[in-house]
Every structure is written in structure tokens, then in C-alpha cells.
Write a protein that binds this ligand. Structure first.
Ligand code: GLY
Length: 579
């Protein structure tokens, strides 16, 4: 995958980012762009581009930096996926999803009566999967990076060692984790300075233990995490805390390069993540369904439109639940069928444009997964593109970690189906492909995606948001490809989410008028309003004008999540006045 030199001569790079407190923004650039959830981390990626690094180099440096600046989701203790397309339009993916430990069993979350022990698969030491991030970044670098590994890790070491201004989002989290009832937890000490005081906004937050761990990774590469001192300390911490991950698990972990899922839409090519993510398959299935509809007669956001989009989602999520899991354990997954145009025709014919279908929980189910994940999109001056999503599962993952190592472990085991054969309309699923097994990867919803036009990267997109990721990425890609929306408009357009079960359309506040709501209900849909779906981060490349345009969602002031409004006020109150 060789890069191609472009004729772009102007040296303009852009870093854009949002934190949960900032408003959205559109940004343009000529020679490269990094969009992530933290401004300092995006700037770190841009500095790598300016040094001559390519999109992979910049994504790796940004990801390491997010471990420091955005510990709710940025990580070395979790896992994720990279979709990479070079300037020639050749795409590949890197899977660094967490794995179940060797000692995991498919009844590990059940009591003697065979019932699920509440919370054990989500918030306990047994919810921690074998982390994949360092192995994934290392593999990406070995195969496609250009600068030295040490140059890419060093900025994160510096940020952890020298500190960076504690922001309001971290301050808000610190308030939660330092409550009296959490006084013995890892997270209680996490946001404190050397004297044990909880950090205040704008104070420098130094993380010396994390800096040491990152320095070992910088110096020893992947082995700095999976072998030696760090592996030994993880093993020891697990033993002391009832966990089951061992040195052997860490030594055996491998990131894997996989063929992307490929689809087409009216001349565009779509490349996204294959299993163990369900994102690519579901995205392509839904795009194929939409290709069969006539949008000259179905108006954007009309009742027919919302119905059709919801029915497409219902079907893709039902198929996801029935068929998808770790490809190394499910050798017969019908990926070709699910992403084929013929299958879409059959599925499309089942849609009654006047009535909602009914999701049947006795046949299939759907998956658990958390809301806290983070995405970054990168394009470099040569037109190479990276779409990168990684996660700890919940916000701050398991909320556990070794104080000696300074990073947070994931709780990704919660993405497995916890109880074989038990599928409930509330969302618990029991289908076979995603049951727990030693060394198996749990199914994900992350949907890092790159669309090419005329054989070159055109749109780079992804989002956090648990199961909603698939649908927010789908609607954004669809808005760009079908309605030719600019990336900022496509991202800002209010969205819906249907995940087969629970059988309901979740819609962003203000999307549906009272009349549309009534009509959809009359068709048999159940509706639920929600303030916000997803946090998309995308880049498009205008090949004619030869510039990059980026946009990051969005905590739209009119639909901000509860609590965000007051934080916005604080953010936009000049710091001097708050002193
Ligand atoms: N834990 C979120 C996901 O992988 O989809």
C-alpha cells in the first residue's frame, strides 16, 4: 500500500476535536486533518503529520495521547478497530478487539441455578477482557507506519509525565468517583494530585505511573505491554483482585489484519469493519436496502422515510443478532449473503410501507454494549485515510486498574451474550455465535468506515455510542451519498435508532413533528425520544477543489444531554470570572 504524492502545495493542517462541553465546528484544511475527541490529542496527530508522518502514524500518536487526555474511552486497556485506505483506494482493517481470557467459560456469569448474576458480566473484575489496543497500534505501525514507533508514543509519554490542564469533563467525572462510597476504589485516587487533593479545572494533571507504562511501550514496542514488567503487574493485580487474566493471556494476544467488509451505493464504494464487529455488515445491509427505495417520492424525514429507515435497521439488527460473532469461532457466518444485493431485495420485499413489522424475541435477540467509545478520523496530504474507533466499553471501562500502571481496564466481556439460549425483549440475547469462550473476541458495534469515490478516499466517518453507532454512521453515510449533503449537514441532521429489540424507534428530540409521531404510531411503531444519538467525527475530501472538510458532532445546544447545558454555561463563562 504505497502512498501517492499529491500536488497540494499549501501547507495547512488542521486538528479538530470536541470534548463533551464544546459545540460543533466545521473546519477546512489542505494538507491533512485529524478529528478526535480531544483537542490536545488531535494536535498531537497533526504534529506527526507535519513531521512527515502518514495517516496511520498520526492515528497511532493521537490514540496514545487520548489514553492520557480522554481516559473515559481513550485507552491502552481496551480494544478497537482501524480501517485504513491508502491514496489508491486500497483498503484493509486491523482488529485489536479484546479477547476472553483462557479461563473464561460460557457459564461464568451464572449462579448455580443457571441465572445471570446481576452486573457480573458488566461491572466486575470478571468483565475485563484481554486488552488489544497496544498490539493493534503496533501491528498498524509495523505494516503501514513511516515514522519511528518511539516518535509516535513519545508525545503521550510527555503529556502523562508533564501534565495537561485538567478539563471540565474530567472534573465532572472526578466529582463522581471521589464520593464517599467510592473511597477505596482505583478511580477515587485516579484524579488526585501528589498531595492527594482532587484536581481542579485548569490545574496540570500529571499521571506518572501511566507515563512509566507508556515509556515501556515506547522502548519495547508491543512487548512493553504484553511481556515483562507490565504483564507481570497485570497478572499480579488480577490474582489479588479475583480476576482471571494471566501472563499467558497477555503473551498470546495478537492483533489481526482482516479484509474489510465492502459494499457499494450508487457508484460509491463503502469499506467498513468485518466481524468481530457487526458494524460493517449491518451498514452495508442497510445501504443495500435503501438503494432499492425511490427517494424522489419518499421525502427526507417524512413518516414514510422514518418508517423505511427504521424497518431497514430492524432487519439488519435481527440478522446481526442471529449470525454474527468472532469469525475465528464462527467459520460459517453468511457475510456474503447478508451484504449481497439479492438478499437486500428479499428483505426489501418484506417491508410493508403501511405497517410496522414486529420484532420477535423468541427467534433472535440483540446485544449488549456500552455507550462509551471514541472515534478519530485522519487524512494525510497524500490522501491516505484512517477511520479508527476504540473503546473501554462503559465510560471509564471497568473503573478498575492497577495504581502501579496508571491505566484503566475495559469491561468489554459485557459485549458477549451472557446466558445461552435466553433472549429477552428487553435486550438480553442468547444466540450461539457470541457466547463466551476462551480466547474469543466479543461482538462489537463499532463502525469505522471509509467511502471511496472514483477509487480514492472520499469520506472518513465513525462514532461512539454503543449499538447506536451502526445507525448513526449509516444515516450519516446515507445523507452524504444519497442526498449529497455536506459532511457538517449530514452529521448534524437529527437521527433515529432502531435495534430490533426493544421494538421501538428512538428519535432525537425535535426530529419528529406531532403529526409525524401520530402517523408512525398509527402504523404500529412505538416511539421514544432521546436527547442525543452518537458523536460523529468525519472528514470528506473534495477532489475537485482539493481540500479536506471535517466536522465533529455536536452537542447541539437545543438537544444537549441532561447536564450538558449547565456545563456549557460554565465553559463559556470566561475563566477569569469564575475565579
Ligand atoms: N463496546 C462497544 C462496542 O464494541 O460496540
Amino acid at each position: 500500500m504505497n502512498s501517492n504524492k499529491s500536488s497540494i502545495s499549501t501547507i495547512v493542517y488542521m486538528a479538530i476535536a470536541f470534548c463533551t462541553l464544546q459545540l460543533s465546528a466545521q473546519t477546512y484544511a489542505k494538507n491533512g486533518m485529524v478529528v478526535s475527541s480531544n483537542y490536545l490529542s488531535s494536535k498531537t496527530g497533526v504534529a506527526i503529520l507535519k513531521k512527515g508522518g502518514n495517516a496511520i502514524d498520526a492515528a497511532i500518536a493521537t490514540a496514545f495521547s487520548l489514553t492520557v487526555t480522554l481516559p473515559s474511552a481513550g485507552n491502552i486497556g481496551g480494544g478497537g478497530f482501524i480501517v485504513f485506505m491508502n491514496s489508491e483506494g486500497k483498503a484493509t482493517t486491523i482488529d485489536f478487539r479484546e479477547k476472553a481470557p483462557l479461563a473464561a467459560t460460557n457459564d461464568m456469569y451464572l449462579n448455580r441455578e443457571g441465572n445471570l448474576i446481576n452486573g457480573l458480566n458488566h461491572m466486575s473484575v470478571k468483565a475485563i477482557g484481554v486488552p488489544g489496543t497496544v498490539a493493534g497500534l503496533y501491528l498498524a505501525h509495523q505494516k503501514y507506519g513511516t515514522l519511528s514507533w518511539a516518535e509516535l508514543v513519545q508525545p503521550a509519554v510527555d503529556q502523562a509525565k508533564n501534565g495537561f490542564p485538567f478539563n471540565w469533563s474530567l472534573y465532572e467525572a472526578a466529582g463522581r468517583f471521589t464520593k464517599e462510597e467510592n473511597k477505596n476504589s482505583f478511580m477515587n485516587s485516579y484524579f488526585r494530585d501528589e498531595s492527594g487533593e482532587v484536581l481542579q479545572p485548569n490545574e496540570l494533571w500529571k499521571q506518572p505511573q501511566l507515563a512509566k507504562t507508556l515509556a515501556l511501550i515506547r522502548d519495547k514496542g508491543k512487548n512493553g505491554f504484553y511481556k515483562g514488567e507490565v504483564a507481570k503487574k497485570i497478572d499480579q493485580w488480577m490474582k489479588e483482585n479475583g480476576g482471571i487474566i494471566t501472563k499467558k493471556d497477555l503473551k498470546k494476544y495478537k492483533a489481526i489484519e482482516r479484509q474489510p467488509i465492502k459494499g457499494t451505493y450508487k457508484g460509491y464504494e463503502i469499506y467498513s469493519m468485518p466481524p468481530p464487529s457487526s458494524g460493517g455488515v449491518a451498514l452495508v445491509e442497510m445501504m443495500n436496502l435503501m438503494e432499492l427505495a425511490n427517494f424522489d417520492t419518499i421525502e427526507f424525514n417524512s413518516k414514510e422515510y422514518v418508517h423505511l429507515v427504521a424497518e431497514a435497521m430492524r432487519r439488519a439488527f435481527a440478522d446481526r443478532a442471529e449470525h454474527l460473532g468472532d469469525p475465528d469461532f464462527n467459520l460459517e457466518m453468511p457475510l456474503g449473503k447478508l451484504t449481497s444485493k439479492e438478499f437486500a431485495k428479499k428483505r426489501f420485499q418484506e417491508i410493508d410501507m403501511t405497517r410496522a413489522s414486529v420484532s420477535d424475541s423468541t427467534k433472535f435477540g440483540q446485544l449488549y454494549d456500552g455507550e462509551s467509545t471514541t472515534h478519530l478520523s485522519v487524512m494525510d496530504k497524500d490522501g491516505n485515510a484512517v477511520s479508527f474507533t476504540y473503546t473501554l466499553e462503559y465510560s471509564y471501562g471497568s473503573q478498575m486498574g492497577s495504581p502501579e500502571l496508571g491505566f484503566i481496564f475495559n469491561n468489554e466481556m459485557g459485549d458477549f451474550n451472557p446466558q445461552s439460549g435466553i433472549t429477552k425483549s428487553n435486550g438480553q440475547i442468547g444466540t450461539t455465535p457470541n457466547l463466551v469462550a476462551p480466547e474469543k473476541r466479543m461482538l462489537s458495534s463499532m463502525t469505522p468506515t471509509i467511502v471511496s469515490k472514483d477509487g480514492k478516499p472520499y469520506l472518513v466517518i465513525g462514532s461512539p455510542g454503543g449499538r447506536t453507532i451502526i445507525n448513526t454512521v449509516f444515516q450519516t453515510v446515507f445523507n452524504v451519498l444519497e442526498f449529497n449533503m455536506r459532511i457538517d449537514n449530514a452529521i448534524e441532521a437529527l437521527k433515529i435508532h432502531h435495534q430490533w429489540l426493544p421494538d421501538q424507534i428512538v428519535y432525537e428530540k425535535h426530529l419528529l413533528s406531532p403529526d409525524t409521531r401520530k402517523s408512525l404510531e398509527a402504523m404500529g411503531h412505538t416511539l421514544r425520544e432521546r436527547n442525543n444519538l452518537g458523536a460523529l467525527m468525519g472528514i470528506t475530501f473534495d477532489s475537485e477543489k482539493r481540500f479536506l472538510r471535517a466536522h465533529r458532532i455536536r452537542h447541539n445546544p437545543i438537544v444537549a444531554r441532561p447536564g450538558i447545558d449547565s456545563m456549557l454555561k460554565r465553559l463559556f463563562t470566561p475563566r477569569e470570572l469564575t475565579k
